[in-house]
Design a protein around this ligand. Structure first.
Ligand code: GLN
Length: 447
């Protein structure tokens, strides 16, 4: 992309340059499930973008990383895709994802895993490993991901990018392949906080097609200030007590906290006992429960391939048996069990009550502090295959990202340095609609 230096380039030229970069390197990285060649949007003047394959794109196959959606070509654009196109931004391609965004390494993709550009023997994180790897490897300048329990923040951390999970309700979910509707949020991934803020300003805001969306209470401000005077940052004391955080991750986190102090921020301690004790259990009841309902639409009739059989029931059973991979099947079983008569109150009902307590716990902490800070991932990128056969080890990757997702709060990953030659991410949690404060903080701290 040397041609970027000091001369104007058109959208179409940029689009072509990224397609060439992908043709040269994506055989190794596998960030993309498919590239989009069409030049029809190329003269729009916008910067090209990579879209996670859970985002419906008119006329372009959208599979959510699943065989059960193979060959499905949406007849409409998701609102976020339409907003990008309206801004003149050509779509470079659809990026790889764990099947239905269920996972933390992209190894659950039915189309094979993506690889971390920093070390292709390692995972890029997940579920949005494709977008993260594409941005990290220079195969896209920026992209969109979806985050249910960490799928934007965690892969951004493992690939050394900036990634925002926005406040629930600020970005439309219309046209997104649904996983867990009360948690799913679309958000930007890029190299810098300013780019992320810019992309957020393009996709955010009220959409009549998604009744959970709201108009942003204040316009997006691109961060400029390098100082953090007057900002109060809270660190959950549980972070220091957690056994599973790697030494290098902890060291990078401590350096980020020192940096924040040096830039004028006031750093204090907060307490999130319930979030750390019950966040994971709560998420793994609510998310599968919602998924089991959302995935009921894949019946061999409405979308994708069908396995023919003598009776309707058999056709549905066989289509699902062949179409869904192990992780969606596991979640469907967990979810239908948690919702079943006689167990509903004990599991789903109880999880909803815990979720309310987590919301209150975060609200109390964020009354005292403008921003909370933790590492994003307990570890740096791990080798492919390391956790693939151990669902619980995989779930534990999102220990630090999940609680604030349940609370509906925005979270920003910013690179905070290296450990073992691999990127480490700092997670900043904001108040509801507190994106501008996250951008300001992240801009000063990104490394
Ligand atoms: N890793 C978590 C899960 O598997 C989060 C995934 C996501 O945010 N989409 O559910």
């Amino acid at each position: 992309l040397g041609m970027l230096e000091r001369r104007e380039v058109s959208s179409a030229e940029l689009h072509r340059a990224y397609l060439e970069a992908a043709a040269a390197r994506d055989g190794e990285i596998h960030a993309y499930l498919r590239l989009v060649e069409d030049g029809e949007d190329g003269e729009g003047g916008g910067v090209p973008i990579a879209l996670k394959d859970v985002i419906s794109t008119k006329g372009v196959e959208t599979t959510a990383g699943s065989r059960i959606l193979a060959g499905y070509v949406p007849v409409f654009d998701a609102t976020v895709a339409a907003r990008c196109r309206a801004a003149g931004m050509p779509v470079i391609g659809k990026t790889n994802t764990d099947e239905f965004a269920m996972g933390s390494s992209t190894e659950n993709s039915a189309y094979g895993p993506s690889h971390n550009p920093w070390d292709p023997a390692r995972v890029p994180g997940g579920s949005g490993g494709g977008t993260a790897a594409a941005v990290s490897a220079g195969l896209a300048p920026w992209g969109l991901g979806s985050d249910t329990g960490g799928s934007i923040k965690q892969p951004s951390a493992l690939c050394g990018n900036v990634g925002l999970r926005p406040t629930y309700g600020t970005v439309s979910r219309f046209g997104i392949v649904a996983f867990a509707s009360s948690l799913d949020q679309i958000g930007p991934v890029a190299k810098t906080v300013r780019d992320v803020a810019l992309l957020y300003s393009i996709i955010a805001g009220r959409d009549a097609n998604d009744s959970t969306t709201v108009q942003l209470p204040e316009p997006v401000r691109l961060p400029e200030d390098e100082r953090l005077d007057g900002l109060r940052i809270g660190i959950p004391k549980q972070v220091w007590e957690l056994a599973g955080i790697e030494h290098g991750v902890r060291a990078s986190f401590e350096a980020a906290v020192d940096l924040a102090r040096g830039l004028g921020a006031e750093v204090g301690e907060c307490d999130l006992p319930l979030s750390f004790a019950y966040g994971m259990a709560c998420y793994y009841l609510i998310a599968p429960a919602e998924a089991s309902s959302n995935l009921a639409r894949y019946d061999g009739v409405r979308y994708g391939p069908r396995v023919e059989a003598a009776t309707y029931r058999e056709m549905v059973e066989r289509t699902r048996d062949e179409g869904f991979g192990d992780e969606p099947k596991r979640r469907i079983m967990l979810g239908t069990y948690a919702l079943s008569a006689g167990y509903y109150d004990a599991f789903y009902g109880q999880a909803q009550k815990v979720r309310t307590l987590l919301i209150r716990e975060h609200r109390d902490a964020l009354e005292r502090f403008h921003v909370l800070a933790t590492p994003t991932s307990p570890t740096v990128a791990f080798p492919l295959g390391d956790k693939a056969s151990d669902p619980l080890a995989m779930y534990a990757c999102d220990l630090l990202t999940i609680p604030s997702c349940l609370a509906g709060l925005p979270g920003l990953n910013v690179p905070s340095g290296l450990s073992q030659g691999l990127p480490v991410g700092l997670q900043l949690i904001g108040r509801q609609f507190g994106e501008n404060t996250l951008f300001r903080t992240g801009h000063a701290l990104e490394r």
